[in-house]
Design a protein around this ligand. Structure first.
Ligand SMILES: Nc1nc(=O)c2c([nH]1)NC[C@@H]1CN(c3ccc(C(=O)N[C@@H](CCC(=O)O)C(=O)O)cc3)C=[N+]21
Length: 284
């Protein structure tokens, strides 16, 4: 049995307590923290996140606006609509669901977004800040959620060997930078890694962020390791599962996060935290 099952709900509850107070303070100053989700089309994973985000944000007292755009919107109109949200002084934070439909180019809006409203690190300004260790930049919510999770359970990173499986710009790469800032020693694995199993076994902390169901098996995890599963895979049956073969890895781990109910569910709490910070700064 793992010593501790790391539960997203526990982390979210702790974060909520602090955020509710901060929102009350903002409201007392006449500020209503407001978040705008820009969604193109209606993909199931976007809707899942939107539902979770609405519940979390509204539970904390943050207003959520959803700008829903048609799946077949052209580039010009997409940029115009995005620009309107970006320029609206009532909107403190923006998140664009990604990836966009194939016919749309994300780059122009990545450059356009006000870095101070960029809640999920799409602006090159925020990416540069995260990679240079400047904490005034908004990191992507998912990797920051992993940091909140480990911090909540008292898992120290200083001097630890961490193996991250996955090198995406939404999770693996920025997470490596956040952990490096906390003085961990990071190895990033990917599809061309020669000895994936050995590299994972060598780690005291394993983070699974590859997007492949069940790929982290028990033989890849050393006895007593901390295992954080960031995978969100939806099976043919519609059930969600992570990247970790949970049933077999769990007995070997000291701490492990399940899917659902683990790291993914902290993502919307980090989003709320970013909106509160943004609203405060914009009314500074
Ligand atoms: N710019 C951008 N950033 C994202 O982070 C992003 C995105 N676009 N596009 C869509 C995907 C999907 N995604 C989810 C995150 C959490 C849950 C979530 O809350 N999962 C719960 C289960 C669902 C629930 O019970 O609410 C859990 O892990 O326990 C779901 C889906 C983020 N995404």
């Amino acid at each position: 049995m793992a010593k501790v099952i790391m539960k997203g709900a526990e982390v979210a509850a702790a974060m909520k307590e602090k955020l509710v107070r901060e929102v009350e303070d903002l409201k007392a100053r006449g500020i209503e923290p407001t978040m705008d989700i820009v969604r193109v089309g209606a993909k199931p994973e976007d809707l899942a996140y939107e539902r979770g985000a609405r519940k979390r944000l509204e539970g904390i007292g943050i207003r959520l606006v959803v700008t829903e755009l048609p799946e077949d919107i052209d580039q010009k109109h997409f940029e115009e609509e995005f620009s309107k949200v970006n320029d609206d002084p009532k909107i403190n934070g923006i998140m664009l669901f990604r990836p966009l439909p194939k016919h749309l180019d994300e780059e122009p809006v990545d450059r356009m977004i006000d870095p101070g409203k960029d809640m999920d690190c799409m602006s090159p300004v925020n990416i540069a800040k995260v990679f240079s260790g400047d904490e005034t930049g908004f990191a992507p919510c998912t990797p920051e959620g992993v940091m909140e999770m480990l911090n909540h359970y008292g898992i120290q990173l200083k001097g630890k060997r961490v193996t991250i499986v996955g090198r995406s710009m939404v999770v693996g790469k920025p997470l490596a930078m956040l952990m490096l800032k906390k003085h961990a020693t990071i190895t990033i694995c990917h599809t061309r890694t020669a000895d994936l199993a050995g590299t994972c076994r060598n780690a005291e902390i394993v983070v699974a962020a590859a997007g492949k169901a069940g790929m982290i098996t028990a033989d890849m995890v050393s006895e007593g390791a901390v295992v954080a599963d960031v995978g969100i895979n939806v099976g043919a049956d519609g059930k969600m599962c992570g990247d970790v073969d949970y049933e077999n890895v769990e007995p070997k781990a000291s701490y492990i996060s399940p899917v659902p109910g683990g790291c993914g569910s902290v993502t919307s709490s980090v989003l709320a935290k970013h909106v509160v910070i943004a609203a405060g700064r914009q009314n500074g």
